[in-house]
Design a protein around this ligand. Structure first.
Ligand SMILES: Nc1ncnc2c1ncn2[C@@H]1O[C@H](COP(=O)(O)O)[C@@H](O)[C@H]1OP(=O)(O)O
Ligand SMILES: [Mg+2]
Ligand SMILES: [Mg+2]
Ligand SMILES: [Mg+2]
Length: 400
């Protein structure tokens, strides 16, 4: 049995050689201006949804993500090596990914019984329906039932293995531009989860193709800032719940249930003091490209490398000012990897765009159809960032 070292939950911070560049002039090209305008037009369109309240949905989403976080914490604390299985794409998937998805689906359906329910989620029950998946399915069923019983707010008979398969498969919706669809990554950053590092339960709601609310539960993220050169200790209090509703701002509370505080992205317009986030896994995002961009911007601080949409959460409270993500050519971004994080950042005053400056479009089904990469920062830095991205992509196209 492998027990993960759970005291090692503080994100690892890898250093980057200090750039010597002094170029800080914000020479905004017409293309960058057009791209920035496109993002602003999209923001105005989203404001049409601000009049809706979505209060019930947000309360249900917070409850679902918090309970799923509890289940995941329990599994991460005593992760059996045999919990890690290979899916066809070779990514590790654990009983916690399935359990989290079943639990979120169960809670949303219970809390919002009158609504028609559509869920676009990462996992499916295919492997669990095979003979070889029976033991795993039993363990998932026990985990979910234990979590529900411990919570004490649902009076339901014990859920069966068949209930579990149904709950997981209710995440088979394709989403799209009509009606409402929940979007779920039951564990975002599974590699971080398996390593004992950062991960997130990411849940969002689409209404007519727009993200109208998002919740990010980050069980291992310190409540205090992880930005800059701050030193972390294993005594830092961890466990953050970020939530955002269209037109209503972004808030953070502890997963233990403290009062929410409003959070805002960094307001710096000085790119030299803008530290940035990127994937821990170099295979998920080109570190060469972000290093080149950082040099052009004159960024002095080393990158903060952590797994999952915890990066969007940290950005939304100003721990750093930029998030860069450049997957290898051919990788297709999924909506559940960005929907919750995107609204958490935009409602905190940030901007999220692809490498051409276009806003992300969540209305096209499971995948995001985008140009090259994803960037998030504040409105003041975005034009400068887009220019640095364009130049770096021209200089080192082989980075992707
Ligand atoms: N080859 C890949 N390139 C880019 N992203 C990937 C790749 N494989 C998995 N992912 C997904 O990228 C996200 C992790 O991003 P990051 O590296 O920023 O933490 C996760 O959603 C992860 O999926 P999963 O939800 O299965 O963990
Ligand atoms: Mg996965
Ligand atoms: Mg993911
Ligand atoms: Mg996942």
């Amino acid at each position: 049995m492998v027990i993960l070292n759970c005291s090692r939950v503080v994100p690892k911070i890898t250093s980057l050689s200090r750039p010597k560049f002094t170029n800080t002039q914000p020479l905004v090209s017409p293309v960058s201006r057009r791209a920035s305008r496109a993002v602003i037009v999209a923001a105005v369109a989203v404001s049409a949804f601000s009049s809706m309240s979505y209060d019930r949905e947000l309360a249900a989403a917070k409850k679902a993500a918090s309970l799923a976080a509890r289940l995941c914490q329990k599994v991460q604390k005593a992760l059996l090596q045999s919990d890690v299985q290979a899916k066809s794409d070779k990514s590790p998937v654990t009983v916690a990914d399935y359990g989290s998805q079943a639990l979120v689906s169960f809670v949303l359906e219970r809390e919002l019984p009158s609504d028609s329910f559509s869920l676009v989620a990462e996992e499916d029950s295919g492997d669990l329906r095979k003979e070889s998946g029976q033991e795993t399915l039993q363990r998932i069923t026990k985990l979910v039932n234990d979590t529900i019983v411990n919570d004490g707010s649902f009076s339901v008979p014990t859920l069966t293995m068949e209930d579990m398969l149904r709950a997981i498969d209710s995440g088979k919706s394709d989403g799209g531009s009509h009606g409402r669809h929940w979007v779920l990554d039951p564990i975002d950053g599974t590699k971080g989860f398996v390593r004992g590092d950062q991960y997130a339960i990411a849940l969002a709601l689409l209404d007519e193709g727009k993200v109208v609310l998002g919740v990010l539960a980050c069980p291992n993220l310190p409540l205090a800032s992880i930005g800059g050169n701050r030193l972390h200790s294993s005594h830092d209090e961890v466990g953050c719940l970020f939530f955002a509703k269209v037109g209503a701002g972004t808030y953070m509370q502890s997963l233990d249930g403290s009062s929410p505080i409003k959070v805002n992205v960094s307001t710096t317009d000085n790119s030299e003091e803008a530290s940035f986030f990127e994937s821990f896994e170099a295979a998920h995002s080109s570190h060469d490209l972000s290093s080149s961009i950082a040099k052009k911007l004159g960024v002095k601080a080393p990158p903060v490398r952590i797994d999952s949409q915890a990066k969007y959460g940290a950005l939304s409270r100003g721990d750093g000012a930029i998030y860069l993500r450049f997957p290898r050519k051919g990788y297709r971004e999924k909506i559940w990897d960005h929907a919750a994080g995107c609204i958490v950042v935009t409602e905190a005053g940030g901007v999220v765009a692809d490498a051409a400056g276009n806003p992300l479009d969540f209305s096209k089904g499971k995948y995001l159809d985008l140009d090259t990469g994803i960037l998030a920062t504040n409105e003041k830095l975005m034009p400068l960032l887009l220019k640095a991205v364009r130049e770096s992509l021209e200089e080192i196209p082989s980075a992707l």
